[in-house]
Design a protein around this ligand. Structure first.
Ligand SMILES: Nc1ncnc2c1ncn2[C@@H]1O[C@H](COP(=O)(O)OP(=O)(O)OP(=O)(O)O)[C@@H](O)[C@H]1O
Length: 258
């Protein structure tokens, strides 16, 4: 398969505990893959391995066939793997627009001092406004980031990720901690990105109903291992998945630390 992201036997252990256990998978370009699994299954750790925040104990990661296992997070972002910004990466005392402008600027690889050049500054700002429109946050562009509602902060994180313009987007529970009213807007944003068809999206999400609709495929992690990987229909029908995850192990978490 012509994969954009591939892992071979990806494993990480913390002390005696194997959080991600020999996970091998291959994700084609422009594919939408969701990752599900109970709390502690290893989903976020798997993302940390893909984005370079953690180094595997064993195994390899490839991007477009090139081994990237030993690259730093920044090097991986430059190659084309973007991870959604955590709230801690957002500058609370800058406006929403300024935060996205900085992400645009970082994608352009231009140093902060260059902002003195007014025309460039304006270009970055216009681009940032476009991303804010995409995530339906343009009306809040002049608000300080710290004054955004939780759901709006998640939208800001997505705008900042999009501004990096990477081919692969790693989205870790973008709707976590949101009120029910806020979820549809985020889903719309993700649908729009998917419909454009030029990004590969890996999405960790607890809301099963949401991901079944959006996903080309779903992989299930359980105790760090890859329990199943298939179309949403296959996963829903899979008896092992049902008994291990959909059955008695239902995840009741409503918010996330991500
Ligand atoms: N840095 C670390 N040091 C020690 N143990 C860790 C570390 N990171 C993760 N773990 C452990 O690895 C396991 C997997 O955690 P992880 O956060 O990846 O699960 P998850 O599937 O994302 O869960 P959740 O749905 O709750 O976010 C857990 O048992 C966790 O305690």
């Amino acid at each position: 398969m012509n994969s954009i992201i591939e892992t071979q036997g990806l494993t990480i252990s913390f002390g005696g505990h194997t959080a991600v256990d020999s996970v091998s998978l291959s994700v084609p370009a422009n594919h939408f893959k969701s990752i599900i699994g109970p709390n502690g299954a290893g989903k976020t750790t798997f993302f940390n391995l893909l984005s370079g925040q953690l180094m595997p104990t064993k195994g390899e990661i490839f991007f477009k066939g090139e081994k990237i296992t030993n690259l730093s997070p920044i090097e991986r972002t430059r190659k084309g793997i973007g991870r959604s910004f955590q709230i801690t990466n957002v500058f609370p005392n800058l406006t929403v627009l300024e935060n996205v402008r900085l992400a645009v600027q970082s994608q352009a690889g231009i140093r902060y001092q260059m902002l003195k050049h007014f025309r460039k500054y304006k270009e970055f700002e216009l681009k940032a406004e476009e991303w804010l429109e995409t995530v339906l946050l343009e009306a809040r562009k002049d608000i300080l980031a710290k004054n955004l509602a939780h759901g709006e902060k998640r939208k800001l994180e997505i705008a900042m990720l999009l501004a990096l313009n990477t081919e692969v987007l790693l989205l870790d529970e973008p709707t976590a901690g949101m009120s029910l009213e806020e979820v549809p807007a985020i889903l719309d944003v993700i649908k729009q990105i998917k419909e454009k068809g030029d990004r590969t999206i890996l999405l960790i999400e607890h809301k099963m109903d949401m991901i079944l609709d959006l996903s080309d495929s779903v992989m299930v992690l359980f105790n760090g291992g890859l329990l199943a990987d298939g179309t949403p229909e296959e996963i829903m029908k899979n008896e092992t998945v049902q008994s291990a995850y959909l059955g008695g192990h239902k995840d009741e978490r409503t918010s996330s630390s991500t």
